[in-house]
Design a protein around this ligand. Sequence first.
Ligand code: ZN
Length: 141
Amino acid sequence: MNQEYFMRLALEAAKKGDALYGAVIVKDNEVVAAAYNTVNRDSDPSAHAEVNVIRNLTTQLKNPSLEGYSIYTTGEPCPMCATACVWTGISEIIYGASIQDLISINQAQVNISCEEVIAKSFRKIKVTKGILKNECLQLFA
Ligand SMILES: [Zn+2]
């Protein structure tokens, strides 16, 4: 299993979203949770794919900590989602399209990178970018 394999699962999840974003969480080379954006159906502006997948998993685990887990997300986590990642202590973020990429195709974004959020936090989170970026952007075509 490589990073592209897991990003493809996030892409599949994204297709079910109200906005076309998806995320999966992986541990020990296995997907343990998947989610997508449900902002409209839940009338919840915080129901981004990343917040949803984190909530699904931490609820299931009955533990707010996701140390040792990796999140794959089709779009770079927005400042809200990046902060949620910080609070969980998740170990790694792997994203497809960056906030800049998404702004360039007219997607509404807050223009602060997840690395800026992490750098101002008390955690170190590894960030890997650009995995299947074109496929992640193609969702909006
Ligand atoms: Zn977000």
